[in-house]
Design a protein around this ligand. Structure first.
Ligand code: UDX
Length: 614
């Protein structure tokens, strides 16, 4: 499984963003968004689902719910895999099965070669999937536990055996048809929902985990009315809020859990049953129950508000550059206002990742489809500002290098959309590289400490589809390095594109030890060190295991075993000595200590500050 270029429409089997059990159309855009259903405009219409709307106070007491004993999570991707693993870890008495019809992906989840990399994930999987100690004895040893996390391709059977089914498939942006480039492509979600409705036992709780347009629950409800009239299913919305690179930590210590349900006794009971699952490790006060529509919308709004905050500070960074103000200082000053808070105020080259852009656009589409054009325009501007910020950075690089890159070597440090992940979806790096390529440089060198060079190569090759070769191996000027020093050697300019700790020019406070001390796996186990657990053998690989044969330690998405490798910061003095004068560093993430860098003879231009002057 490789990360896909933002622009490419990749094969579903190779895309980490598709965690579906069903085929999507080649461009994943055949179905329309249920949010646009004409029924959307008529919440009180006759077709509007009764059980989702009949009123009952959320505060009214509800009878004790039937406990959830088995969970089936449909979709073994970035959301489904880590979510299921932590649910299983924290609920040893619940059987959690992750299903996906992608056999390769399931094989990897059942092996030592997990298909995605997230700090702490491998440990959590080892405990829940492989168990602890010997449980075969009549009296199991203290600290032992039976495996309760399973991965399977037998989708319909697993759905039919579960008390609750979580739908965690990919919901990307539609690439064609009505609402293309904006609406949510519900192809996978709709197909999985249909599969669930077809196979689930009467009484199963259906949970929307994927980010979906507001009122998607109604689509499922209508499927139930048509396919299983008389069956009693409750539909809950329980969106994920996990971020790449911190997914396990986010699952173990979430700010909140949102559970949306119908305000009927049955709906509230189902919400309560799901809340019990989370309550095994999360304080009740953090579990928020709402109606289904609020929960569905809250997810879109949460990401949109975060994205809006970044676009706001990024717009201010342009003002800073023109006025002599320093954006980091402005951020610190405003972030100290507790009404604003300090998070998500680091200016940069724009947000990336698989969620922000698509969720803001989904909100835009929702607003526009309701005729709320001003609302749509307001949110669209968040995305436009993001693109402006990225393009502005590339333009500044070119301008500083005397508006020509011919004969120059430019080194791009970082390719993933943020640090500690190998996820390259919507990463600004690729668009910046595209702009630089138009200037015909001598070389563009790329180094990323987390991404598999082969994945980056594939994405660059996808760019050259209709043009001349781009990769150096094919005669082009783009070269992917697996060594930072070789990438920087002989360069005229370095672009810091991802804020990996490895690239910082100041000591990161106890970077690795602290990270390890607070390692998710340890937190998960309330401070118990993994080394003190009776971990069982990981599943063995067959002699012809394709992952072993790759011999790189890379998973599908190209992640290396970064948890176990020490993070080593680069030696900037060494880099400086190998650069061509004048030596330029363009800090796209506002993370470099400028005076220190200048002391090494490197001129720094950073986002949000007026930059180098003689
Ligand atoms: C996001 C949401 O945070 C998460 O709750 C949701 O469920 C999935 O989408 P993710 O995209 O994985 O998570 O990463 P996040 O840490 O939110 O960063 C998003 C982008 O914003 C990255 O490109 C990051 O570099 C950028 N960012 C973040 C900044 O530029 N500055 C900041 O201060 C914070």
């Amino acid at each position: 499984m490789h990360s896909v270029a933002p622009t490419s429409i990749a094969d579903t089997h190779d895309s980490p963003d598709v965690s579906s059990t069903v085929l999507t159309t080649p461009d994943r855009s055949a179905s329309c968004s249920p949010a646009l259903d004409e029924k959307l405009n008529a919440p009180g219409s006759a077709s509007s689902n009764k059980s989702l709307h009949s009123s009952r106070s959320r505060e009214e007491p509800i009878s004790s719910p039937r406990p959830i004993r088995s969970i089936c999570c449909v979709g073994a991707g970035y959301v489904g895999g880590p979510t299921a693993a932590v649910l299983a870890l924290k609920n040893p008495a619940i059987k959690v099965t992750v299903v996906d019809r992608d056999e390769r992906r399931i094989r990897r989840w059942n092996s030592r070669h997990l298909p995605i990399y997230e700090p702490g994930l491998a440990e959590v999987v080892r405990i829940a999937r492989d168990g602890l100690g010997d449980v075969s004895k009549v009296e199991p040893q203290e600290g032992s536990r039976t495996p309760n996390l399973f991965f399977s391709t037998d989708v319909s059977r697993c759905i039919s055996e579960a008390d609750a089914v979580l739908i965690a498939v990919n919901t990307p942006t539609k690439m064609r048809g009505t609402g293309k480039g904006c609406a949510t492509d519900m192809t996978s979600f709709e197909a999985v929902a249909a599969e669930v409705v077809r196979h689930a036992r009467d009484g199963t709780i259906i949970v929307e985990k994927s980010t979906v347009p507001c009122r998607t629950a109604q689509m499922i409800q209508e499927m139930i009315h048509i396919q299983r009239p008389g069956a009693r299913f409750e539909i809950l919305s329980n969106p994920e809020f996990l971020a790449a690179g911190t997914a396990v930590q986010d699952l173990i210590c979430p700010d909140r859990i949102i559970i949306g349900s119908a305000p009927t006794p049955e709906g509230l009971e189902a919400a309560q049953a799901l809340a019990e699952v989370y309550a095994s490790w999360i304080e009740r006060s953090r579990i928020i129950t709402t109606n289904v529509w609020s929960s569905e919308l809250a997810k879109l709004v949460a990401n949109s508000m975060l994205a809006q905050r970044l676009s706001s500070i990024n717009s201010i960074s342009a003002l800073c550059e023109a006025t002599g103000a320093e954006v980091n200082e402005v951020s610190r000053a405003i972030g100290a206002d507790t009404r604003l808070g300090s998070k998500f105020l680091r200016a940069g080259i724009g947000f990336g990742g698989s969620c922000f852009k698509k969720d803001v656009l989904s909100l835009v589409y929702l607003a526009e489809s309701l005729g709320l054009y001003e609302v749509g325009a307001y949110w669209r501007q968040v995305v436009e500002m993001n693109e402006y910020q990225r393009d502005r950075f590339a333009a500044r690089v070119i301008k500083r290098l005397n508006s020509t890159l011919v004969t120059k070597k430019i080194c791009v440090l970082g390719y993933a959309f943020k640090k500690n992940t190998s996820d390259t979806r919507e990463a600004p790096a690729l668009e910046i590289i595209k702009t630089l390529l138009d200037e015909n440089p001598r070389e563009i060198a790329i180094f990323d400490p987390c991404c598999n060079p082969l994945v980056i190569e594939e994405e660059i090759r996808a760019l050259q589809k209709y043009g001349p070769p781009l990769l150096s191996d094919d005669g082009g000027c783009v070269k992917i390095y697996s060594d930072a020093y070789a990438a920087c050697a002989d360069s005229n300019a370095i672009l810091l594109v991802t804020e990996f700790d490895e690239f910082m020019n100041f000591p990161i406070p106890a970077a690795r030890p602290a990270a390890q001390a607070a390692s998710p796996a340890k937190t998960a186990l309330a401070g118990v060190e993994l080394s003190k657990l009776q971990l069982n053998e990981e599943p063995g690989c067959s002699l012809d295991c394709p992952d072993c044969q790759m011999g790189t330690g890379y998973g599908d998405d190209g992640a290396n075993d970064a948890d176990t490798l020490p993070k080593k910061q680069v030696d900037w003095a060494k880099i400086s000595s190998s650069m061509k004068s004048p030596k330029w560093l363009f800090d796209g993430r506002c993370v470099i200590d400028v005076p220190k860098m200048e002391a090494l003879g490197i001129r720094v231009e950073a986002i949000g500050s007026s930059g180098w002057s003689v």
